[in-house]
Design a protein around this ligand. Structure first.
Ligand code: CTP
Length: 405
């Protein structure tokens, strides 16, 4: 089986460089082509011939080497050619030194120069002595690289070459190859999209200190936001009151009531190409919230309720060429209730999930059905909300491509 993707494997100079041989085997058996680039220090730990034999490709060790012998590398700008010909850059092991060079943008050897010339996904598998790993300089360099989108496969703990025991051992080949697979899979397939997402519960005021709300944690909507950003979309996340950090790369607008969520969604809709209404919006609100705290001495208050605006319906009515995804939280008759919501609210896709059991509200897990407006039904077994977010956008991307074809 061939994945027909080329991995630019950078090997920098630490004792774990010898493990790159096993890593090459794992990448090759997953079907990837591997172009190895070794720093000068790396060649002290493992010979280029070893990696050349395992990759089946010439190994690059020098920025100024005469590469004319290799038909695929024809000029003195080989670092640009190699960068352009690669789908992903993996550095394993990544030493503290190479992380610092990448963070600063230095370019004084082939690997660091190719890094600057490379625009695809970057996966880093650091390995070093525990103190070097914990040093604030290394922590800061990693934070900078992460903020630019690099995926870091964290080192494990164990006995290190220096004789100490601690954090810093190169991760096993399996998680490194899995990170490569994920980074390639999600590479930019939502690039150019702008996704508007509502998430979390809303609060409907009874008086200045009390409100009506529900059990939504916001996790599903936040997982969707994180996933869309990871796949290259711009994300506007309209969040009800939740205790969750903002996913990386997302613009977050905090709101409280259904009315505020509605007004913000309608205001921001013109920017969006995809709208995902994942919030658990309160259906009713007190029609005349008290301006003052309701006092006990007045006896139990009669609460008169009125409907909140249906945000999903309002968005779908203005959808134009946008793709609109709704959710249906149901305790019973999942498929039939979800299908009627799909129709009545005017969505392109509805994600139906059962609530009231061990999945759904307030949990890490979810399950359910994805229903398309053209009649298709897909079952989603119990999985994390992160995996579910990935599956939902897999469907959305596929349906949109099909609609555009
Ligand atoms: N929704 C919304 N605005 C509302 C109510 C719901 O945008 N005022 C959206 C939700 O975000 C979800 C979908 O509508 O995407 C369905 O929500 P759900 O609570 O399952 O359905 P309801 O329309 O409230 O219907 P019911 O309570 O009868 O199941």
């Amino acid at each position: 089986m061939s994945n027909e993707k080329t991995i630019l494997l950078g090997v920098s100079g630490g004792i774990a460089a010898y493990k790159s041989a096993e890593l090459v085997r794992a990448l090759r058996s997953d079907g990837y082509r591997v172009q190895a680039v070794m720093t000068r220090a790396a060649t002290k730990f493992i010979t280029p011939l070893t990696l050349a034999s395992l990759t089946g490709n010439r190994v690059i060790t020098d920025l100024f080497a005469d590469l004319s012998a290799d038909e695929t590398l024809t000029s003195s700008v080989a670092h640009i050619e190699v960068a352009q010909a690669s789908d992903l850059m993996l550095v394993a092991p990544a030493t503290a030194d190479i992380l610092a060079k990448f963070a600063l943008g230095l370019a004084d050897d082939f690997l660091s120069t190719a890094h600057l010339a490379f625009t695809g996904p970057l996966v880093l598998a650091p390995a070093m002595n525990t103190r070097m790993w914990e040093h604030p300089a290394t922590r800061e360099n990693l934070a900078v690289l992460r903020s630019r989108g690099a995926v870091v496969v964290e080192p494990g703990s164990g006995e290190l070459a220096c004789g100490t025991v601690g954090r810093g051992r190169l991760a096993d080949s399996e998680p490194i190859v899995a990170a490569v697979r994920d980074a390639l899979r999600f590479r930019g397939d939502m690039h150019g999209e702008c996704v508007l997402i509502t998430a979390g519960p809303t609060r409907e005021a009874l008086d200045p200190v009390r409100y009506l709300s529900n059990r939504s944690s916001g996790r599903m909507g936040f997982a969707l936001a994180e996933e869309a950003a990871r796949r290259g979309a711009r994300v506007i996340l309209i969040a009800g009151p939740v205790a969750l950090p903002t996913p990386q790369g997302c613009e977050r607008v905090d709101v409280e009531s259904a009315q505020e969520m509605h007004d913000t969604a309608i205001e921001r809709l013109p920017d969006a190409s995809i709208a995902v209404m994942a919030a658990a919006v309160a259906d009713y609100r007190p029609s005349t919230p008290s301006g003052r705290k309701i006092k006990k001495r007045d006896g139990p208050p009669g609460i008169h309720l009125e409907e909140t605006p249906d945000i999903l319906r309002a968005v779908a009515q203005r959808k134009g060429s946008r793709f609109v995804i709704g959710f249906a939280a149901e305790t019973h008759d999942l498929e039939s209730n979800a299908r009627s919501k799909l129709r009545s609210k005017g969505c392109d896709l509805v994600v139906a999930n059962p609530v009231g059991g061990s999945t759904g509200f307030e949990t890490e897990f979810n399950q359910g059905l994805v229903l398309g407006a053209t009649g298709e039904v897909h079952r989603l077994e119990t999985m994390t909300k992160t995996s579910m977010a990935a599956r939902i956008f897999d469907f959305a991307v596929r349906y949109r491509r099909r609609a555009a074809a």
